[in-house]
Design a protein around this ligand. Structure first.
Ligand SMILES: *Cc1c(COP(=O)(O)O)cnc(C)c1O
Length: 464
């Protein structure tokens, strides 16, 4: 039995109509978009779960904050509003705004990493990985083995395996490691959290070797919520206090503010020392803008400052995580295989188990995205071989990723519980007819840039 879910802790003030396209419109949209979900138009979609990035609904306080935007080029009041919010909520003394998370990555890796360097991770997100490749460095995954077993229940599947981390440091040498980074929650591994205990353990290892610890903190508040729910010693702490304790383990963070901080555009780097702050600024000015606006308007900085304060609201977060779990429970009831336990921001369907008769080289996760769009005009995204396979430089052979996932990302404060029921029903319908899905996909075009295939690929179905 699926448990009843708590009702939405908000009421709707402004309505954005969405329409259900008919079957013919869906087929046409697939054709025009080259069967790539990134090629579809909003008007061809009923429920859009492509990403939870920048797609959330702002609160009335955030909309009001926009009006306070100070558009001064340097030293705007709005920058100081952000700086104060960062200090209050996260405890960092320095903040560099950026236009989004990948811009923060560009600044950090472009400044601190160079050719031949190694960046140990739990697992990097795809843009993070691409930025590391861009400076000819390499990420090394040190996530626990359970992360690769979709059906295995573990409360903190995003955790770093500290022994793997120690081995990586010993193998490559401290000199080749400019920083260690932990993604919270671990997006690429199913939105799975990292425990406070693990953050502290990694922080200890980093300190011992004199390596700075960075967090990729896009979903830091969801991560803190899972810690509250699952880590015994934190049960009686507030969400805000847990978040702060997590931040205290790190020297710096990069952050896409389009996720937990509840804005439609924005990102930031936060750090503790003036030395690091100053080291990063030249590249900010090259690529983003002056240090106090970093590619954002003053009004965006205000909305972000407000969003940072709202993301630790416990009623909001309790509903958000429960809504994702509700969708998971409905899918579970219909027998659909997905990564357990449900993560913070998304359901990651195990496409390899959903479509076992389609080989990974035929991109089953992306076949699934087409079929779910056909069924319900729902847009999710394949995160499997198309996104993550890499060519072995010596042999030219494809190295396939361990997981072949299809992600449904739940936008913050945007869709209702009843939308979740519609999504689950549509996907269960596809699951019932899965054996009749007998085609694969060929890549007809892909950009010649490592790590970006899935965004721009043209795909063509072929019969298996
Ligand atoms: C979205 C995301 C990024 C990149 O941020 P953008 O704002 O999309 O540029 C980096 N890391 C993680 C974990 C993310 O989820």
């Amino acid at each position: 039995m699926v448990e009843r879910i708590m009702p939405e802790p908000f009421r709707i003030k402004m309505v954005e109509p969405v329409r259900v396209p008919d079957g013919a419109q869906r087929e046409k949209a697939l054709e025009i978009g080259h069967c790539n979900m990134f090629g579809l138009r909003s008007e061809d979609i009923y429920i859009d779960l492509l990403t939870d990035s920048g797609t959330g609904a702002m609160s009335k306080q955030q909309w009001a904050a926009l009006m306070r935007g100070d558009e001064a080029y340097a030293g705007a009041d709005s920058f100081f509003a952000l700086k104060n919010a960062v200090k209050d909520v996260l405890g960092f003394d320095y903040v560099i705004p950026t236009h989004q998370g990948r811009a923060a990555e560009n600044v950090v890796f472009g400044t601190l990493a160079k050719k031949g360097d190694i960046i140990p991770f739990n697992m990097p997100f795809d843009t993070t990985r691409a930025h590391i490749f861009n400076v000819e460095a390499e990420p090394v995954d040190c996530v626990i083995d359970e992360a690769f077993e979709p059906e295995v229940q573990h409360p903190f599947k995003g955790n770093v395996d500290v022994a793997k981390l120690e081995r990586a440091i010993a193998e490559y040498g401290r000199e080749r490691i400019p920083l260690i980074m932990i993604t919270v929650t671990n997006n690429s591994g199913g939105g799975q959290p990292v425990s406070l205990e693990n953050l502290r353990a990694v922080s200890g290892v980093a300190k011992k070797h004199g390596i700075p610890l960075f967090l990729d903190a896009a979903r830091m508040a969801e991560n803190a919520w899972f810690i509250k729910m699952r880590e015994e010693s934190c049960r009686n702490m507030s969400l805000a206090a847990i978040l702060r304790a997590c931040m205290d383990t790190a020297d710096a963070i990069t952050c896409s503010a389009k996720k937990d901080p509840l804005v439609n555009i924005g990102g930031m780097i936060c750090c503790r020392t003036e030395a690091l702050y100053q080291a990063l600024l030249p590249r900010v000015i090259l690529f983003e803008g002056f240090a106090t606006y970093g590619g954002l308007a003053g009004r965006d900085l205000e909305a972000l400052a407000q969003g940072l304060r709202e993301m630790t609201d416990e009623q909001y977060m309790a509903h958000r995580v429960a809504q994702v779990k509700y969708l998971g429970d409905l899918l579970e009831e219909g027998g659909v295989p997905f990564v357990k336990p449900t993560g913070g921001h998304a359901i990651f369907i195990d496409a390899a188990a959903f479509l076992p008769h389609i080989p990974q080289t035929a991109y089953p996760a992306d076949v699934l995205s087409i079929e779910i769009y056909r069924e319900g005009a729902i847009r999710g995204i394949g995160l499997g071989a198309l996104a993550f396979a890499i060519e072995d430089e010596k042999t030219g052979k494809l190295i396939l990723p361990k997981l072949e996932l299809y992600r449904l990302a739940i936008n913050r404060r945007t869709y209702t519980n009843s939308h979740m029921e519609y999504v689950a029903e549509s996907i269960v319908n596809v699951y019932k007819r899965r054996e009749k899905i007998r085609y694969g996909l060929k890549v007809e075009y892909a950009p010649p840039v490592k790590g970006l295939h899935h965004f721009l690929a043209h795909l063509k179905p072929y019969t298996l």
